[in-house]
Design a protein around this ligand. Structure first.
Ligand SMILES: *Cc1c(COP(=O)(O)O)cnc(C)c1O
Length: 410
């Protein structure tokens, strides 16, 4: 198995396992297919950096011209540091604090995607007191079912995100009267890992009607942020999500005539398939009626299977012929939830063999944690025949050293 021109086994021998490995080529290819899908339109791709916010990943996309969708001050600092200008940053999230808004106003970001009336008033007060104007869009909750996992569905009326589409005109009218606020757009994001175009289309049609009404009400709506959410084939046998080109055609057909600057905020689609998690088999354990493949990666390194019941393909790094048999692929953490796959058909693997968990570039490393005092795992970026460690494995002292003994215990 190779990442671009390099053998995964060779990288594993040098870096040690487990580790994430990303391909520069794939990242750039994914960025380009989205841009091609929207050629002919005033268009900005704002990469949703929460999917993978490593500086090297952001910089790779920034160098291609990408903007960023951020959800915290920390992410804003990350993208600015990686070279994305404030003029290409949109800021989403239901809980922007005073401090975070102040930072964003100082930087002069392109757009706040406002998610509630209290947030609007807070932003107005702050911007006015700083002598600044905040360019805003409201994130509209269109109340459509994204038909994805409940934990990553965001566009139903019962979800915490956005303002209800039924109240949008009233809220825009209020915003237009506030100091420090300039209404410029409409935003939505209905969920993640959508594998069907219809929920997008339904939401976009609702938004088109809304924009026509808002314009009739006298608002100058020049930006339409369609959010992210396009799914990827975690299981290539059963899932065939629409291609970016098809997504772009659908979107242009529905919203193109509005003449808005179109923003999209893909995260997963850009980085998911650009990354794998490489892990080593520690033991093969024969249970009473199942075989466990115990590997050195765990739920703390890639939480998606335990958190979202996510499916990831798992393959032997050294391809081998011969019979397969079902394994439960599990990690070392003391939780039954620390399971990557159940009854997965795999070749006859043994301790020391390498496996790759595929499609792990999105919501992998960024969601990792140190449960069981396990060290965060390295991230490696490959470019052609070269690789670089873009996040290193910390020392145990780095983790344990975060604890502070109170005086009375010293
Ligand atoms: C998470 C998120 C995205 C990206 O979603 P993907 O499914 O990774 O494309 C885009 N916009 C907002 C507001 C988000 O919260």
């Amino acid at each position: 198995m190779h990442a671009e021109d390099l053998s995964i086994s060779d990288i594993a021998a040098q870096v040690g396992t487990p580790f994430y490995c990303y391909s520069t080529d794939t990242l750039i290819r994914h960025y380009n297919v989205f841009c091609e899908a929207f050629t002919g339109h005033d268009f900005l791709l704002c990469y949703a950096v929460k999917a993978n916010s490593n500086q090297a990943i952001i910089k790779t996309l920034a160098d291609q011209g990408a903007g960023a969708d951020v959800v915290s001050e920390g992410e804003m600092r990350r993208v600015l540091k990686a070279g994305i200008p404030a003029s290409k940053i949109v800021y989403s999230g239901v809980a922007k604090t005073e401090q975070e808004m102040t930072f964003a106003l100082e930087q002069g970001i392109f757009q706040f995607n406002v998610e509630s009336e209290p947030e609007l008033h807070q932003l107005s007060r702050l911007a006015d007191s700083m002598g600044k104007t905040a360019a805003i869009a409201f994130r509209i909750n269109p109340d459509v079912d994204a038909k994805t996992h409940a934990k990553i569905s965001t566009g139903k009326s019962e979800n915490k995100f956005g303002v209800p589409w039924t109240r949008a005109r009233e809220i825009y009218a209020a915003a237009a009267k506030l100091p420090g606020i300039r209404v410029q757009g409409v935003d939505l994001h209905i969920g993640s890992q959508l594998t069907d175009l219809e929920p997008f289309a339904e939401a976009f049609r609702r938004i088109v009607k809304l924009i026509e009404q808002l314009r009739a009400d006298g608002h100058d709506i020049s930006v339409l942020d369609l959010g992210g959410g396009l799914g990827i084939p975690y299981d290539r046998e059963t899932t065939k999500p629409p291609l970016p080109l098809e997504y772009g055609e659908m979107a242009k057909n529905i919203v193109g005539h509005l003449g808005c600057k179109i923003i999209i905020e893909p995260g997963r689609m850009l980085v998911g398939n650009a990354g794998i998690l490489v892990s080593k088999v520690i033991y093969v354990k024969q249970g009473e009626n199942r075989k466990f493949l115990i590997i050195d990666a765990a739920m703390n390194d890639l939480v998606r299977p335990s958190m979202y019941d996510a499916y990831h393909e798992i393959v032997a790094v050294k391809e081998r012929d011969g019979p397969t048999s079902p394994f439960d692929v599990v990690g070392p953490v003391c939780e039954t939830g620390d399971t990557f796959a159940r009854e997965r058909e795999l070749p006859d693997l043994a301790g020391g063999d390498l496996v790759a968990i595929r499609t792990a570039g999105a919501y992998g490393a960024v969601m990792s944690f140190t449960y069981n005092t396990r060290r965060l795992i390295p991230e490696v970026l490959v470019k052609g025949g070269e690789y670089a460690i873009i996040r290193s494995r910390p020392d145990y002292d780095d983790i344990i050293g975060l604890d502070i003994l109170p005086e009375w215990l010293e």
